[in-house]
Design a binder for this molecule. Structure first.
Ligand SMILES: *Cc1c(COP(=O)(O)O)cnc(C)c1O
Length: 224
């Protein structure tokens, strides 16, 4: 099992490097986030021993316990689940990044909890396929949310996170996300440099379209 995680990580890193080079990009231009939801702290520690530093979690309470258990390791934690307003304090306390901001109310609450500390890195989640089953802001409403968030002390606005419709055409959706991301560069401010998209099954399509962070769970830790 331990060997499994290390080998799987190597294979995912190879996929990322090969795809990046194929598209004229440096492999280091893509950050791998290992999604450890539903996996124990021991699995995260094993991935860390294999060189992994960035981890993604979907559930605030489950994550907080793991993050505390692993507090001695220099890990970066990314919240990638739905943000409930009663969990914003917990998330702001434990995480370095939040990928899933889709309402101004949530942005304000997260900002308030970090007003006295280092700013929280945040991405606006865009529902790129307008899928009613998915969270995220509609593509045509992203600009207004970005404008409203830019001045919030306590947050560092870094870019967009895209989730896809399950049955959709990933390549086309990821290209639209990239276009939206680039179109907002002037409004996003100085830190606007991250496009988070791509998972175990489609990271190649995401990197081809310009992803700078990919979120990979199953291909590293096995099925949940
Ligand atoms: C679970 C999850 C992932 C990882 O998905 P895999 O298919 O296991 O790689 C990525 N992004 C989000 C938002 C997730 O919830």
């Amino acid at each position: 099992m331990a060997d499994g995680i290390s080998n799987n990580l190597g294979a995912v890193r190879d996929r990322i490097a090969r795809t990046a080079r194929l598209h004229g990009r440096a492999p280091e231009s893509v950050t791998l986030i290992a999604v450890s939801k539903a996996k124990p702290a021991t699995a995260v520690a094993e991935a860390h021993r294999a060189g992994q530093l960035d981890f993604g979690e979907n559930y605030a309470q489950e994550a907080a316990a793991k993050i505390q258990a692993l507090a001695g390791l220099p890990l970066r934690w990314h919240f990638i689940g739905r943000v409930q307003s009663n969990k914003t304090a917990l998330i702001a306390r434990h995480f370095d990044w939040v990928h899933t901001v889709d309402r101004l109310k949530i942005a304000r609450r997260l900002a308030g909890h970090r007003a006295d500390g280092s700013p929280l890195n945040v991405l606006v989640q865009v529902n790129i396929d307008d899928d009613p089953a998915k969270g995220g802001v509609a593509p045509d409403a992203v600009g207004a949310l970005v404008d409203a968030m830019r001045g919030l002390d306590g947050l560092r606005l870094r870019g967009l996170m895209a989730v896809l419709e399950r049955a959709g055409d990933a390549q086309s959706s990821y290209r639209r996300a990239r276009t939206l991301f680039e179109g907002l560069a002037g409004r996003g401010g100085d830190g606007w440099d991250v496009l988070s998209m791509g998972m175990s099954g489609d990271l190649e399509a995401a990197i081809a379209a310009g992803a700078t962070q990919v979120r990979v769970g199953t291909a590293i830790f096995g099925p949940r």
